[in-house]
Design a protein around this ligand. Structure first.
Ligand code: ATP
Ligand code: MG
Length: 386
């Protein structure tokens, strides 16, 4: 059983903004296990950066406390800083220096011994694959290279945990994936505990052992991606049958199958209106006691009828708990009844759906943020007094 490297109790941050108070973090409690990748997922203004800044001792909490690597953030901030690395949300490199010079500056600030300094810098540059760019000015680096250099800088003093505030914000998908690979490598090969924040569902999903959904300064949910998705109604099994008859037969067979929340027949949109109006016409003629409509008598119209029949639904979605476990039994039911399934797919709920489920809104909604400028100024000020 892994020990906790971070333990947070009732952490609160209230900012005074003029005569108003902004409660950015509202008494949150959680723990992070040694060796895990732990992610804060939330929209703009949720309180992610504020939480990270308190844990990394950049900001004093208004109340509450936390232990990071065994040290109290309020009483032992120096020891906390020795054990953590931090990569800020906003770029904080000196672009007029080379990559190597940026790391040298940081190593001196952190008191890395002169004898080991160069070797350690080269080691970190190697980890983030920037060795060949060491002597190039940072102003000539790409966005992804700058981010990797910031990660290298955060690792210079061999921290036990690394805080990454929005590690891939604004990067293109390919660069983002390469940063993910670096983060995974740090965690798997070097055993570094990673605490990151992100807006990106797919990032949290791809990287994090556990995800803490945060909104308006409060923890909404905290679990593995798998379990968060599991709390939703269920998986969707999409089936396609040879024809409408097979679909109806299967629907009747699975009526009492355990764990099914809903069966949704997918109605083909095209031709449906036409078919319904013809059906209505047929019904009207029949009920009026007239002879069967022409469509039923005329062979040419038969073709039209069978074409219409082909436009009857052949696809269904089954919303079911633990879909992947149940699928074999469902296929068996079809086989035993001679029903041919043309195609079958299983889809778990997405993290986006999980977020909507817990917060009632999409993660892409942007509200609650006072904008980057304010935070940037504050973070720079805090950094300058560190
Ligand atoms: N220095 C500050 N002074 C006043 N309010 C602040 C300050 N820093 C943050 N806030 C406010 O606290 C709340 C949380 O901000 P925070 O930066 O922690 O959010 P976030 O989740 O990191 O957002 P983003 O995704 O935009 O980075 C927001 O309402 C923000 O406007
Ligand atoms: Mg932030």
């Amino acid at each position: 059983m892994a020990t906790n490297i971070i333990e947070v109790k009732n952490l609160t941050k209230i900012f005074d903004v003029g005569t108003n108070q902004v409660e950015a973090v509202k008494g949150i409690s959680f723990s992070v296990r040694e060796g895990e990748i732990f992610g804060f997922l939330g929209p703009n203004g949720a309180g992610k950066t504020t939480t990270l800044n308190m844990l990394s001792t950049l900001l004093f909490p208004t109340s509450g406390t936390a232990k990071v690597a065994g040290y109290d953030i309020n009483n032992e901030p120096d020891m906390v800083r020795k054990n953590i690395g931090m990569v800020f949300q906003e770029m904080s490199l000196d672009i007029d220096l080379t990559g190597k010079e940026n790391l040298e500056l940081h190593a001196i600030m952190y008191g890395v011994d002169k004898k080991t300094r160069n070797q350690r810098i080269m080691e970190m540059l190697e980890i983030v694959q920037l060795t060949d760019k060491a002597n190039i000015l940072v102003k000539n680096y790409s966005g992804g290279m700058k981010r990797r250099l910031e990660i290298a800088r955060g690792l210079l003093h061999y921290p036990k945990c690394l805080f990454l505030d929005e590690p891939t914000l604004g990067l293109d998908p390919q660069t983002r994936r390469s940063i993910w690979d670096h983060i995974k490598k740090l965690n798997e090969e070097y055993g570094i505990t990673i605490i990151l924040t992100t807006h990106y569902m797919e990032e949290a999903d791809a990287l994090c052992d556990r995800i803490c959904i945060i909104d308006h300064g409060e923890i909404i949910a905290l679990d593995t991606s798998e379990n968060l998705k599991g709390h939703l109604k269920g998986d969707t099994i999409s089936l396609e049958f040879e024809n409408f008859k097979a679909l109806k037969k299967f629907e009747a067979k699975i009526k009492d199958f355990a764990g099914i929340h809903a069966i949704k027949i997918i109605t083909p949109k095209t031709n449906m209106r036409q078919m319904l109006s013809k059906m209505a016409a047929i019904r009207a003629q029949m009920s009026g006691g007239k002879k069967p409509p022409a469509i039923m008598m005329d062979p040419a119209k038969h073709d039209a009828m069978s074409k219409m029949m082909r436009s009857l639904p052949t696809k269904m979605n089954i919303i079911i708990e633990n879909g992947s476990e149940k699928v074999a039994s469902l296929i068996k039911i079809a086989n035993d009844s001679g029903i041919k399934i043309k195609s079958l797919t299983i889809k778990q709920p997405s993290l986006e759906e999980v977020f909507i489920h817990y917060t009632g809104r999409s993660i892409r909604d942007e509200n609650g943020s006072r904008g980057a400028t304010m935070r940037e100024i504050m973070q720079r000020r805090m950094r300058s007094v560190m």
